[in-house]
Design a binder for this molecule. Structure first.
Ligand code: NAD
Length: 747
């Protein structure tokens, strides 16, 4: 017999054996979150378990929803103002106190995790003495807080550190935001037991209660030592003074505020008792919640990502579609990756190149990826064989019969692209979706080579395709809504995130990343120490350093794109404005014979045998320092002139960082003005997931919104940069208008 009592979002069910099941079940929402109603309920539950302690044998915490518990209420968190720090701190301590009262009741408490337990959900589970997880499809367990600019503030840091030791807690759980399957969560140490049915979940929870009548948390034993401790450092697992520095190295550059605060909360909290650790955690949590970075990241990684993936940009009223068999034309780097991604999603792939050998080489790429996955236990032999059986390499166009989609990835040459489409258009299904993976060529131009321009669309994947989550969909002038909807569905079918843009040379991503690269190169041309330029990119939060990325892409590519763009601009009657980087790139290629990594030399030197980077080319300082040999050293900047010969130009680090961030943000606003971009969410998500715009900004337009002083503050700073470094920083009209009206960039 059960005696149900409600405490609004937590249901109390008690059986005749004295086992209380606390059922998390918010009546107003599809998922449980740490909203105000939940906090009130938790307090009420803590009061009741204490009052009825003697009648309770044990407690099971589970949920009536599909997920166990979804975490903090992001709608609330994104609105918190800087004046609310005390309120946030007090609320945080209230949650901590209530969980602690249940945890220290002296009765066994078991988390029966029936679905996803992310963030706050995992924290509730960690406040229990034993965690059993149901291996349900899609159930994920982890701390995504760091990806939202936050830290697990409801005891998550303090408890994970105590369970696993500082190093494992930070690297496996707190700093990466990894979402584990229940089995992997068990391997990584935060889940004790995994079951496959709901009944078993509850049976095992009861069995634990029966076997541990006086269960308590290990850290409440006065002799408990944090794992990894040594006799010399009884409470600490790692070399404390060196730890933050090592971690900084591991994170490749400057940690974001959330990473910094998580690190500090973990390290400081490991040196003190549990209650103090919780207070330290509350302070660091509050600092993040009231700060701007968390708002940026919640906006991008929660709200914008949801809008983009849920199809805010997919034309309405068109039936959902699925691709069954895809033709991939060109089995080079991109074609091979696209074939893998499609086959992984269960789509039959015909991979065509000029010879069967070339096509088979493309398929061999999938074999390599799968061999690695198998070695790491990420796939099984059976799954590997099934996936490989879906890829048919060929050189014969007739094998493409029946394909309901085509993705072309041959060389970046419009005539060749026209030719390969002509060759196959009559063979594939009569209504097949026709996609090109061009990274720069206008889709409308490529569509001239096909009969059905309304079914032709750009599908711009990023390299390496298996890792990069974004696909930029480009609508040509004649692309129909149906093709757009089908392209959107195909991208979702293969599990990637689609953004949608209108046609233009370089679209959104290729055009904007070009500004970042050019800005780094321009600084070298001004005589700024190239090592500082690389450091500035890392400090700004870019995942790749600017000159090393330029070398990877090769210096010949921007020259080719520049020439084509120049010709098209002039032909269209526009004014062509050279960039200060142009002269540097030209000299690198023509004068010094350094075309980038694939040519064995670029901004960096490379080892002749291994091909590995050995260091920045010393000639950069010599040839590009003000007064150095020839060329246009100093172009584009007031800081570039007047320096002593071979003595590098110095400009503030902040200027270097902001020159990179601003040039990308400013051109994104121009793309909105030109109608290439039509959605703020697409711009934010595309910039982070596609071209490495730093995640802490919340994306390229959120960076403007969140800049100190808002859009007006951004405009004022752009004008300063314009005066110091050139007219490319002049704020476009749309930006100035927004600033004057006090508006932000929103959809
Ligand atoms: P790649 O040189 O690695 O591969 C091109 C392949 O096309 C080669 O295998 C070649 O044999 C094949 N090919 C040539 N003629 C063909 C024909 N008539 N029929 C079938 N196959 C033919 O090039 P890639 O880097 O894979 O780039 C392919 C396309 O993807 C280009 O349009 C490029 O701009 C675009 N792209 C590249 C990247 C990148 O990072 N490399 C990123 C996004 C998009």
């Amino acid at each position: 017999m059960t005696h149900p009592t409600t405490a609004s979002t937590i249901r109390w069910e008690q059986d005749d054996d004295g086992v209380v099941t606390l059922v998390l079940d918010d009546p107003d929402q599809s998922a449980n979150t740490m909203n105000a109603a939940f906090i009130d309920s938790l307090d009420a539950i803590a009061d009741r378990v204490e009052a009825e302690r003697d009648a309770i044998r044990g407690i099971i915490v589970t949920s009536a929803k599909k997920t166990f518990f979804a975490g903090g209420d992001l709608n609330d968190l994104i609105q918190v103002g800087p004046g609310q720090a005390q309120e946030i701190y007090d609320k945080n301590l209230r949650i901590k106190r209530a969980l602690r009262r249940i945890e220290t009741l002296g009765k066994p408490v078991v988390a029966a995790i029936n679905g996803a337990a992310l963030g706050g959900g995992l924290e509730i589970a960690l406040a229990c003495h034993h965690r059993i997880a149901l291996d349900a499809p899609g159930a994920r367990i982890g701390f995504p807080e760091v990806t939202l600019g936050l830290l697990p503030g409801s005891g998550g840091v303090a408890r994970t550190v105590r369970l696993l030791g500082v190093t494992d807690a930070l690297l496996k759980w707190l700093l990466q935001g990894t979402r584990y399957s229940p089995l992997r969560a068990q391997e990584a140490g935060l889940v004790d037991d995994v079951v496959t049915t709901r009944e078993e979940l509850l049976t095992r929870a009861r069995a634990f209660i029966a076997a541990h009548p006086e269960s308590a948390q290990p850290w409440d034993d006065k002799d408990y030592r944090i794992p990894g401790g040594t006799p010399a450092q009884p409470k600490f697992a790692v070399n404390l003074p060196a730890f933050p520095a090592n971690l900084r190295k591991q994170l490749n550059g400057a940690p974001y505020p959330a990473q910094r605060n998580i690190l500090a909360a973990a390290v400081e909290g490991s040196q003190v008792d549990f209650e103090t650790a919780q207070i330290i955690e509350a302070r660091y949590f509050t600092e993040l919640v009231v700060g701007q970075t968390a708002k940026n990241m919640i906006q991008a990684f929660f709200f914008d990502l949801q809008a983009v993936n849920s199809g805010a940009n997919r034309p309405q009223g068109i039936e959902p579609s699925q691709v069954r068999k895809v033709a991939v034309l060109g089995a080079g780097m991109m074609g091979a990756g696209i074939a893998f991604a499609c086959a992984k999603a269960g789509i039959e792939v015909v991979l065509k190149d000029v010879s069967v050998e070339a096509a088979a080489k493309g398929k061999a790429y999938s074999e390599e990826l799968l061999a690695k996955a198998l070695a790491k236990g990420r796939t099984t032999e059976a799954k590997r064989d099934q996936l490989l059986a879906r890829i048919t390499p060929t050189a014969d166009p007739r094998d493409l019969e029946g394909c309901d989609a085509v993705i072309e990835a041959v060389f970046e040459d419009p005539a060749l692209k026209h030719k390969v489409f002509q060759e196959i258009e009559g063979i594939v299904a009569p209504d097949a979706l026709l996609c090109s993976n061009t990274s720069t060529l206008p889709i409308t131009l490529l569509a001239e080579g096909v009969q059905r321009a309304d079914d032709f669309i750009g599908l711009h994947f990023f390299s390496p395709v298996d890792k990069m989550p974004l696909v930029e969909i480009i609508k040509g002038e004649h692309t129909g809504d149906k093709a757009l909807a089908r392209a959107f569905d195909l991208v979702r079918q293969i599990g990637k995130t689609p953004i949608v843009v209108n046609d233009s040379r370089g679209f959104f991503t290729s055009r904007v990343i070009g500004h970042f690269l050019n800005e780094g190169v321009a600084m070298v041309g001004e005589g700024i120490d190239p090592a500082s330029v690389e450091q500035a990119a890392a400090q700004a939060g870019y995942p790749a350093k600017v000159l090393s990325l330029m070398d990877e892409l090769t210096l010949t590519l921007p020259r080719k794109i520049r020439e084509e763009t120049r010709r098209a601009t002039v032909e269209a009657g526009g004014e062509w404005r050279p960039h200060p980087a142009d002269a540097v790139i030209d000299r690198m290629v023509e004068e010094f014979g350094r075309p980038g990594r694939s040519g064995g030399a670029g901004f960096y030197d490379y080892d002749e045998t291994t091909g590995k980077r050995t260091g920045l080319w010393p000639g950069l300082r010599e040839h590009f320092a003000p007064g150095g040999s020839g060329g246009s050293g100093g172009a584009g900047g007031s800081g570039g002139s007047g320096g002593a010969a071979r003595e590098g130009t110095r400009i503030p680090l902040e200027d270097m960082k902001e020159r990179m961030l601003f040039c990308e943000a400013i051109d994104t606003v121009r793309l909105l003005e030109e109608g290439v971009l039509t959605s703020v969410a697409d711009a934010n998500i595309g910039s982070i997931l596609g071209i490495g715009f730093p995640g802490w900004t919340g994306g390229v337009l959120q960076y403007i919104n969140g800049y100190e002083g808002g859009v007006a503050g951004f405009v004022a700073r752009a004008r300063q940069l314009e005066a110091a470094y050139g007219e490319r920083f002049a704020p476009p009209a749309l930006l100035v208008e927004k600033a004057e009206r006090g508006e932000r960039f929103t959809d």
